[in-house]
Design a protein around this ligand. Structure first.
Ligand code: NDP
Length: 238
């Protein structure tokens, strides 16, 4: 990255079209950041610089980082939020669903971390936050592909922190519990009631609450390699 084109810090939210990612992009905007976010044709929120990108296509991800470098000349924070969930029992799971979950939740994260290290490394500073899930530790039936992809994401951070730290880059994981987004809308009412009953706070999260945690964690200057559960207490002490 060469000369700064903007004075404000730049945040890049991968998967900013809706849900937690959209709320996160707004949160960074509120804090005075210049914000870029990806979408797949549906657009991003007001004030966010939208970049069309499919995370399963490494070339498309690399082009997105290049566009940010060319447009803003700096990259301070990257949030890898893009994710898909599927409900399939293992015995019925199709290879294409397994591949789609892994390519979105894990491979996209790898490319994102690789590109972040490249661009942030030149400035010797930066913060990366990957969005995992409470289920990476507790597991959920019918989601072995999703759970495995998120557990692998946690593993990625444990190694990446050793490579990122000496370059002045921090990398952390936020693991949300059930949050009111389109992803959760696919869950049956009875299952949702069970989730609420098993939560110490007796409710699910709003996307803004997860976005708030993501923003704050991204700014903690002595935190790296951490997996922070933002679950309302659910899954803790498992
Ligand atoms: P949503 O389904 O509301 O949003 C998913 C986001 O990911 C969208 O912006 C979507 O873009 C993007 N995305 C999906 N596939 C791709 C792709 N191939 N390329 C680019 N972008 C893609 O989900 P949430 O907001 O709920 O989830 C956000 C993150 O939080 C995910 O990683 C999820 O696993 C995690 N999470 C969510 C929980 C919940 O209860 N909601 C709980 C724990 C973790 P598009 O609009 O183009 O589809």
């Amino acid at each position: 990255m060469g000369k700064f084109i903007v004075e404000s810090p730049v945040a890049f939210v991968v998967g900013a079209s809706r849900g937690i990612g959209k709320a996160t992009a707004s949160r960074f905007l509120e804090e005075g950041y210049v914000v870029a976010g990806t979408h797949r044709g549906s657009g991003v929120g007001d004030g966010v610089h939208g970049i069309e990108c499919d995370v399963t296509d490494a070339a498309s991800m690399k082009a997105a980082f290049k566009e940010i470098a060319a447009t803003f000349g700096r990259l301070d924070t990257v949030v890898y939020n893009a994710g898909v969930a599927r409900q399939d029992l293992l015995i019925r799971m199709r290879n294409e669903d397994l591949r789609s979950v892994m390519e979105t939740n894990l491979f996209g994260a790898f490319t994102s971390v690789q590109e972040s290290l490249k661009y942030m490394g030149r400035a010797r500073s930066g913060s990366i936050v990957l969005i995992s899930s409470e289920s990476s530790r507790t597991g959920i039936p019918g989601s072995a592909h999703y759970t495995a992809s998120k557990a692998a994401l946690d593993g990625l951070v444990r190694s990446a922190m050793w490579e990122a730290g000496p370059r002045g880059i921090r990398i952390n994981v936020v693991a949300p519990g059930p949050t009111q987004t389109d992803m959760l809308a696919k869950i049956e009412d009875a299952d949702l009631d069970r989730l609420i009953d098993s939560s110490p706070l007796r409710r699910i999260a709003e996307p803004d609450e997860i976005a708030d945690a993501i923003f704050k964690i991204s700014t903690l200057t002595y935190l790296t390699g951490a997996l922070i559960p933002v679950t309302g207490g659910e899954g803790l002490g498992y």
